[in-house]
Design a protein. Sequence first.
Length: 445
Amino acid sequence: MSSPTPTSTLAPGTVLEGRYRLTEVLGGGGMGQVWAAQHLTLGHHVAIKVLHGSIMSSAEPRARFEREARLMAQLGEASRHITRVIEHGVLSDGVPYLVMEYLKGEDLASRLKREKVLPLAKLADLVGQLSKALAAAHAQGVVHRDIKPANVFLTTDEEGNDLVKLLDFGVAKAVSDGNEQTMAGQVIGTPNYMAPEQLTGEAAVDHRADLFAVGSVTYRCAVGKSAFGKGSISEMAMRVVSMQPTPPSTVNPALPLAFDDFIAKCMAKSPSERFQSARELADALTSVAADLGSAAFQVPALFSSLDPGEVSSLGTGSLTNGLAQSHRPAEAPPAPSNRGLILGLAAILVAGGVAAYVLTRPPPPRPATPAVLESAAAPASVAPVASSVAPTASAPPAPSASAPASASAPASAEPPAARPTGHVAKPAAPPKPNVTDTWNKRDEL
């Protein structure tokens, strides 16, 4: 067994407590460092969190660290979405450490640096898993108080899907803990994601402060920036307490208005106006994401930008597939299709041209016959074709002089013998030409 090792000499290859060989630094902050290590006899990998020796002059960091170990050990049994603590101890220089399960993956802050914005369906899944972790903590009276992207770790399950693990209960508060170290008026947490009651130092901070922080994290993931921007602690506190965040759909038009309502409820200034449980919050976001997938809330707005002829041919799948494209501000919506209108106009023009040609063409020449035979053979209701067409400004010119004389019969030709007195015979309309109904047949063009 190796001798106890002070934190000042920690380096890759160092063996802690005769059991864990350090391999590399996984991360660190103002409180301490997190190392990757391997158990010497069992061979499995673990993560070891060690406090900085420089902060051990104060009793509060050590007490907070020990409380974190106790809470994570208990909560890790209640939910797989909370990192499990395997062991807890103290090094030779009095610095405590805790041994946790080793996680492969990245925290949400790193994911957002790479991807900027997460799709709403993916975001709903992540928030749902995070809410399960918080529900387990809240059920035991524990408020995390530092929900932020850096404390949401994304590893993978057996099927390769994202598995959320909630980290760092170092500033967690047990509501029923009479020995709570955090005094009223003390601000602990990350200002960008803290609830107003945390920033004003109110003593009555309950689980709904975590729900405010989840809303702020969700806003960051969906919009690409923090709800209240950046600035000093005092600037952030003023914004969080007195200002409303910009509606998410104003920044990212691909988001539905229902998401704006969700964020407004998450981040209400008064805890009584927020969601009252982590499960209620997760269910609400899942519903918003489901509506986005079905595109039900977008149907009227989307139909208003389409040609009426296209609306009847669209189904739910078409709406869903085109939804994101129709709401991207950088791309103009596709021009409405005019195919049906063009075909209809073409059919009308063709039909009109055929009818005009038939009605205005000159009458065919008639063979010369005696007038008596003509009057006896022709029915009383039949008149020369040319006389049945009223002259108009656009009428064609009169037949040329080369036409036979019988084509323009004299007005003094013998009338029918049995025509009643006082009545003028109306010329009959010419027989309708056999023209194809091109309007009804427009689909065949």
